[in-house]
Each structure stands twice: as C-alpha cells, then as structure tokens.
Write a protein that binds this ligand. Sequence first.
Ligand code: PLP
Length: 498
Amino acid sequence: MKTIFAESVPGRGSRFFESDAPTAAQMLPSGLLRARPPRLPECSELDVVRHFTGLSRLNYSVDANFYPLGSCTMKYNPKFMEYVAGLPGFARLHPLLPRLEQGAALTQSALQCIYEAERLLCEITGMDAFTLQPMAGANGEFAGVSLMAAYHRSRGHVRSKMLIPDSAHGTNPASAALAGFEIVNIESRDGMVDPSALASYMAEHGDDVAGLMMTCPNTLGLMEAHLPEIVAALRAADTLLYYDGANMNAILGKMRVGDVGFDVMHLNLHKTFATPHGGGGPGSGPVGVNARLLPFLPTPRVIRHANGSFCLNDNLPQSIGAIGPFYGSFSVAVKALAYILRLGGEGLERVAEYAVLNANYLKKRLEDVLDIPFKRLCAHEFVASAPEGMHALDLAKGLLERGFHAPTVYFPMIVRECLMAEPTETESKQTLDAYVDALREIVELGKNNPESQTAAPAGLPVRRLDETSAARQMVLTEDMVVHSNSRWSSKGCLELTG
Ligand SMILES: *Cc1c(COP(=O)(O)O)cnc(C)c1O
C-alpha cells in the first residue's frame, strides 16, 4: 500500500476558493503564522475513498475471521447493540447537559440507563454497588486498589503490600504499583494459588498486607479451586480481596463473585458485554464493591429518588474522587445494558457454557498437535506449548498465513513457548475444526521440513519484521516532498526520481 502522499498528483483534487472571510494573516499575530503552506496530498475523492478502503482491508477483525487471542475475548458482538447505542437520543446527548435538579429532565433516561446497568451488574456479580466510571480494565483496577487504600486509611491501618499470584494478568501488578503498593509475588502450584503458601505468608506479614488481587479464571485459563480457603485466610487479617473479572464470560450466571466473599472487582464491558475489544476504544471497566468499600466509590454517583427520578450526587465525603471524565464510556454502558436485557439470565448463563465448552473442545482436539501442560478442564481459555523443537512465534506466523489470527504467544510467561487461545462463545464447531486443521498442517509441515517453520508469512502485506528495530527505531514519518518527483520503489520505500 502506498501512503496517501505517494498517491498525490499535482493539480488533482479540491481547490480552495477565494473567500471574503478575513485571512489568517489579518487575524493572527505574525509569530503564529506558518512560513510555508501545508503540503497536503492532492488526490481526487475517488483516490481518497480507494486509499482508505484499501487500508481497512488490511485490518484483521472478528467480522472477517476467527480471532482466538487469549485473555482478550475477541468475540463477535451482535450488531443490535450498536444499533441501540447509536439511537440519536443516546448518541447525540451532550455530556454537559444539565444534570442536577435544575434541568435533569433532559438527562433522565441516560441517568436511568447508568443506574439500571449498575443494578444489573450487581445482580450478576453479587456485589452491593457498581461504578461505570473507569474507562478500561486497567483503569478499573487502579480505581479498585485506590478504594482498598482508602478503606485501610479510614481504619487507621498502615498497609503497604499487595499480594499478586504469578498467574495474574500483567495489568494487576502495574495498577497496584501505580497506586503505591509494594507487589508481593505469590507462586502458583500446579497452576493455582496454593492456600498454604498464602497462609504462611499471612502468618508472618499479615499486618502489612492491604489485599490480594486474583485474576479468575487465571491467565492459564484455570478456575481457582481453593477460593473459600483463600477468602477465609485473608478475611481473618482484615485484608481485602480483589477479583479481576475481565474474563467474566467464563462464569456468567454460574458464580457470583460477591457471594464468594470478594470485596471489590472489575469487569471489562469491552470483552464480555457486547462492545468489541481492540481497535483503541472506547472501553469500560466498571468496578463493583461490597458494603465495606461503598463509601469510597468515585463521584458522581447516579441516585434514584423515591419519586422515581434520577440525579447525580457529588457529595460523598469519603470518595476517592473522579476516576474518569463525566460518567465513563456512556455508549459502552448502553450496549452492555442492551446485551444483558436481550440475553436475560438464561442467555447469559449460556454465554459461559459455550465459552467453556468451546475452549475445552479446542484443547481436547489439539492434544495430539501441541503440548498441553494442564490437562484438567479449563475455563474460557487454555494454554499450550509449541511441540519440542518448534517455536510459538513460527506457529503464530503460519496461522496468519492461513487466514487466522494467532493466539496470544509468550504469555503467561510461566509456560514455555506458550500459545494461549480463547475461542469465545460465539464461534461454531466448523470454525474451531478449521483452526485445528490449520495448526496440524503447520506442525506436520514443520516436522518434515524444518525450513518451512520460519518461512511464513509469505503472502501477507507485512512479512517478518526485525521486531527490535521496529520497536526501537520506528519510522513514523516520511519525507512529504514526494509529489511527482518521487515514486514507490520495488523495495517498498519512497525514491526521489528527479
Ligand atoms: C484484558 C484484561 C485486563 C485489562 O483490561 P484493559 O481494558 O485492556 O485495560 C485485565 N485483566 C484481565 C484478566 C484481562 O483479561
């Protein structure tokens, strides 16, 4: 693909007409005026449409094909939810419309959507209250650990440590460190948190432990087997329990996090609840809490009066303050609400059943293709290792060549040559079978002909990059004096010709 500047032809495209409006030179101080006119590409409307349509076709998406990127829940999201969020009454609402008593009539239905979405998330998870303000999963984690810190402060505790199992998502330690905690790594045993290791750590340092953050199911795709013992061990020391529920599609309708005894959790609406994940946003990472942490939730909170009207409350003296602008990603909350209401309790439960069934089916079918380190039932995803002598990266590139997105590779780091696949609940058996066939073909080809392993992808726009240079010496701009005296060389770079 050429850049739009390389497609430019002098004299083609729109002209700027003479205008009777004051010129920039009449309006602005001379120091702010540009010395030369901008070098805009000169293209016809058709050139521009073809350019951007071509770019969009280079983009891989769930709408195009299977996307088993583990830990990311790249599932298909029904277009109906996009339709609902796009209704003009939602999409054109301005965030600065009057929000309190003076004129909240204009925003009643929006406030009601937020209120209802929070209420339904409470029902689904067993938490006492939710805030929809955090803008992503990691932002939700930061809000959650800030709530934990506020709780301990209010009790006069001085607690510096956050326990994080080695099977947690990478954002957990990052969020806790950002909130000022010292991270204590808890080694897993057999893919799970070992309650006895936790108990012995607590016996020695319990007074200084603010909380434990658990990704559940963990990044190995395994459901923790010892949750009740873990909760009991920490509860005794007034240590708080955080549940990373970004992968809620594994347990919807099957387990309520609040009922198990967790104090705080986040969800990723842009994974489980019908907003596509990836593509740069917007996301939403709502945080749910039990009664112990409720006074510290971010402001403003949507409240419902006895007469059924809604307003926003900023007056919460113990609040940690705002975590995101306005009310978070409003359109994402609308999509989540539409999704929950459309599926109902029974439909949400089937989401979890299919997510887990698909992952276990795929894992079982790949047992004679890849090395599967944890044989027992997985949740919504599973980890595998490339066969001895092969690399996860090469298998991933082979999949790209065959039209599939690759699984997550080299994460979690506690698994050798790791490939972590999450098929999600929305894929059919035929798609999963085609993926297995592709992987089997790549592995067999690699065994018979080792050179083939590093050959892929040959037919894609980008072949193997020098990943270090691509990250450290990025070339993000090009010389824009291109126009008619340059051309696109066979090597893929711009060459001046005259
Ligand atoms: C995706 C994910 C996160 C982070 O969510 P972002 O929206 O990307 O910040 C955190 N924890 C788990 C388990 C996840 O899968």
